[in-house]
Design a protein around this ligand. Structure first.
Ligand SMILES: C[S@@+](CC[C@H](N)C(=O)[O-])C[C@H]1O[C@@H](n2cnc3c(N)ncnc32)[C@H](O)[C@@H]1O
Length: 186
């Protein structure tokens, strides 16, 4: 019998706490807010830190075709689970820090489940600068956070000229979270 997604997530959290960095997978309420702005007719979507695929599922349910979704995850066991769960999905076992090299043009958004605030500044900078090389003009970087501050460091925001919008607090998540949508000034 295959291990449940929850058991797999908890097992990897125990083995690799510095990579997984969450008490539990994102709730369906948080996932719904993460994908709220996506449009099936507006081109590819890139996902970062897909884990066992809660946000992946929500992106597909929003109407994005699997061949138009490109999911990056560094953990090999999570990648195996994503390939088994979502036929046709593009799964890349790699670091999100190399996102700028992904062979995807004019993405509408990068949707991130990464523990961004716990990452070193140079890695944060690579992820955000890679994002704005891969998205079309006006494309967004979508990131949840549990804390009270924007989940992208000020120095990275200033260097890349980022502006943002923030959602209401999603209480039905462990812990409660907010979703930020960053875009780059023209
Ligand atoms: C908080 S979990 C989120 C999982 C899932 N998206 C969710 O929201 O429930 C963070 C995920 O990011 C992955 N991750 C951490 N650092 C990464 C990196 N540099 N590149 C790609 N994936 C990374 C972890 O392996 C883990 O699956």
């Amino acid at each position: 019998m295959s291990q449940s997604d929850f058991a797999l997530f908890m097992g990897q959290l125990a083995r690799k706490p510095h990579q997984v960095v969450a008490l539990a997978p994102s709730s369906r309420f948080l996932c719904a807010e993460m994908v709220a702005g996506l449009d099936p007719a507006a081109g590819p979507v890139i996902e970062l830190g897909a884990g066992t695929g809660n946000i992946t599922r929500a992106i597909l349910d929003r109407g994005i075709a699997p061949e138009n979704l490109h999911s990056i995850e560094m953990n090999a066991e999570f990648c195996d689970r994503l390939r088994a769960r979502f036929p046709g999905l593009n799964v890349y076992q790699m670091s999100a820090g190399d996102l700028g090299d992904l062979p995807v043009e004019d993405a509408q958004a990068v949707v991130s489940g990464l523990p961004l605030l716990s990452m070193p500044l140079p890695l944060q900078h690579s992820i955000l600068s890679g994002t704005f090389r891969r998205v079309r003009t006006g494309g967004t970087y979508v990131q949840f956070t549990y804390g009270p501050k924007p989940p992208v460091a000020r120095s990275v925001r200033d260097d890349l000229g980022l502006t943002w919008q923030v959602s209401r607090k999603i209480w039905w998540n462990l812990p409660p979270a907010r979703v930020y949508r960053f875009s780059q000034a023209a």
